[in-house]
Design a binder for this molecule. Structure first.
Ligand SMILES: *Cc1c(COP(=O)(O)O)cnc(C)c1O
Length: 623
């Protein structure tokens, strides 16, 4: 049975039960059942499902592993974590995140003013807020307002000039020295060791962020002069996202740990935390051979705690609180994008479509005979003959010797012969067979936009696990490439013989066939672009009650056409008027027809950009 690599990337969140892929939670509903229920409510196009229980699972796993490591090593510092908002700021996600993490005092990390406002408004009092990235006077002032409101907030400085601004803002906000309230100050260090992978530039000397040792010492002196050393609470680094190996992290921890210890020994009395940033990787691969990471969360927690302890002991300083800002690890598994297949492009390659004549050109006749007599022992030979004939027939067409119908017949016959040969030679794993898989690949047109829903596939070549949500007990036979509905040739996930995706042969006019894309909960939603004006898909939060039954919350429908135009700052009033005038003043139609057309037009304007998939039997019923 094809399991689409569930055992590699699935993390025991899903399992295949008979025909369907089911959620290993509550009463184990299938994704198909959930999808049908949502579509029965009238929603069409792609649907983004959110599962808060999977957010909770990741947060539990992060905290429990660090708590365990702390106990095992008898580590004296605390473990704390914040969620970096840039990974996913969507309210349905953030509200669920805060909801399921209340027992841990989990906080938020902000990298811009808008994110800081979210953090100030939603972080529970006492839970940490960290602020990274470049800041101006206004952003720093916002952090002072948060601190004065009682938030536990740390401003991580990226350069000396930010510290200068903080000192100025401090004077402005704390004119009266007896009641001095300021945010904690963290310093991002520019590591000598660099990150790895695509995001390597987040760390290392060439990094966009952080202070050199010279700047660190300078900053420390400035704080001392202003009597603010007590507020210097945190050392921070972040070596980049999706770390495939643990070794670079260990190097960075040694470097940062020693910087922490050195500053402590210098008299940084308020310094009590080391913030190791994010970077915990997620396994996206559907094929074991292409696995994305070589460590577990357990190993990660052990290494961090052990190294911090070792360094603190050898330098005789107290063990720091450990902060993490893992985002991808927390958010990616919580969404599943479900998208309907609209069409299989080469489905017309079947016997019924042949237009054979009474007298066919000899090569066509020969192809027809090959097709009818191909068998296991002659499959390879006949296949080669067919490919050879195809070349000749195309040349004959170019020279004007055969017509379009002949050409169509040869395309169909050769396609059918390749398919038959592949199934006859099923047990052969030759290079040639792999190449042929490519040649008869089926193009599945899918009702979604790669630019909107999988931007990292487009931008970084990041693969996401994909599988159908039905028919899973039958063998998929078609090597598949996936095409989205944008008018952009980049909107394609090509067939890859090294990591083949096989899908089922379905007649989508008769039965619905949906693909699910997994692990899309980190970065994809906000990076998603409205290329061709396709918008964020309809989203639904799926929760479970005490009996294990699922229910829906926060259904947010994809934006309608006029709202999309409004977002681009079109004057929708004018557009509305122009459309109305177009119909009203038309001399081609009478008044009754005008009414009818306007009715239709306004109905369409109230809907989203995605295509409507309705299978034939439902047309009459209008659903
Ligand atoms: C992006 C970012 C993170 C999150 O990284 P993940 O790889 O998603 O865990 C954490 N900290 C900082 C400073 C970041 O810029």
């Amino acid at each position: 049975m094809e399991d689409y690599g569930l055992s590699v990337w699935g993390d025991n969140n899903f399992s295949i039960e008979g025909d369907t892929v089911n959620i290993l939670y509550g009463n184990n509903p299938s994704l198909l059942d959930i999808t049908k229920n949502i579509r029965d409510m009238g929603y069409r196009g792609p649907i983004l499902l959110r599962f808060p229980h999977l957010i909770k699972k990741q947060i539990d796993s992060l905290f429990q592993e660090f708590y365990r490591a702390k106990n095992e090593f008898e580590y004296q510092g605390d473990f704390k974590a914040v969620f970096p908002l840039k990974v996913n700021q969507y309210p349905s996600f953030i509200h669920s995140l805060l909801d399921v993490s209340s027992e841990y005092n989990y906080g938020l990390e902000a990298g811009s003013k808008a994110e800081l406002i979210i953090a100030m408004a939603l972080t529970p009092k006492g839970a940490p807020i960290t602020v990274n990235g470049f800041k101006d006077r206004e952003m720093i002032s916002l952090a002072f307002i948060a601190a004065k409101g009682g938030h536990n907030i740390t401003l991580t400085i990226e350069g000396i000039n930010e510290l200068e601004t903080i000192l100025e803002v401090d004077k402005e906000f704390n004119k009266d020295d007896t009641n001095r309230v300021t945010p904690n100050i963290g310093m991002r260090i520019r590591l000598h060791s660099s990150g790895i992978g695509v995001w390597a530039k987040s760390g290392g000397y060439g990094s966009k962020f952080g202070l050199t040792s010279t700047e660190l010492l300078e900053a420390y002196e400035m704080l001392k002069k202003e009597n603010l050393v007590d507020k210097f609470a945190m050392i921070h680094f972040h070596i980049g996202s999706q770390m495939s190996e643990i070794a670079p992290l260990k190097k960075a921890l040694r470097e940062a740990g020693n910087i922490y210890a050195e500053l402590k020994r210098r008299g940084a009395n308020g310094l009590r935390a080391i913030n190791i940033g994010g970077g915990l990787a997620v396994e996206y691969s559907q094929h074991k051979a292409n696995a994305n990471r070589n460590y577990s969360i357990k190993e990660f927690a052990n290494d961090v705690v052990f190294l911090m302890q070792e360094i603190s002991k050898s330098k005789g300083v107290e063990e720091p609180d450990i902060y993490t800002e893992s985002g991808r690890f927390i958010a990616s598994s919580h969404t599943v994008l479900i998208a309907p297949v609209l069409e299989l492009f080469s489905q017309e390659y079947n016997e019924r479509s042949l237009r054979l004549k009474e007298n066919n050109p000899p090569l066509i006749q020969e192809l027809y005979d090959l097709y009818n007599s191909i068998s296991r022992h002659n499959a390879r030979e006949y296949l080669h003959d067919a490919l050879d004939h195809m070349e000749s027939l195309l040349t004959l067409f170019d020279l004007g010797y055969i017509d379009l119908e002949d050409r169509s017949n040869s395309e169909i016959l050769v396609n059918l012969i390749i398919k038959k040969a592949i199934s006859l030679l099923e047990n052969e794993d030759s290079q040639e067979m792999k190449r042929l898989q490519d040649r008869i690949e089926e193009r599945y047109l899918v009702n979604f936009s790669i630019f909107q829903s999988l931007p990292d596939f487009w931008g970084l070549g990041q693969n996401f696990p994909v599988m159908p949500i039905s028919k899973l007990s039958s063998r998929p036979t078609r090597s598949a490439s996936i095409w989205d509905i944008t008018c952009d040739s980049d909107g394609e996930i090509a067939f890859d013989a090294k990591a083949p995706l096989l899908l089922h042969d379905v007649d989508v006019k008769k039965e619905e066939y949906f693909l699910a894309f997994f692990l899309t909960g980190a970065y994809q939603e906000v990076l998603g672009m409205r290329h061709n004006l396709f918008t964020h898909p309809t989203e639904v939060t799926v929760k479970f009650n005490e009996n294990g039954d699922y229910f829906f919350e926060n259904i947010i429908e994809a934006q309608n056409l006029m709202d999309v135009l409004d977002d681009l700052d079109y004057d929708t009033g004018k557009i509305d008027k122009a459309l109305k005038t177009l119909i009203d003043e038309s001399s081609l139609i009478d008044d009754t027809q005008k009414q009818e057309l306007l009715g239709k037009l306004y109905l369409y304007l109230s809907e989203n950009s995605y295509l409507k998939t309705i299978i034939a039997e439902n047309y009459d019923r209008g659903i």
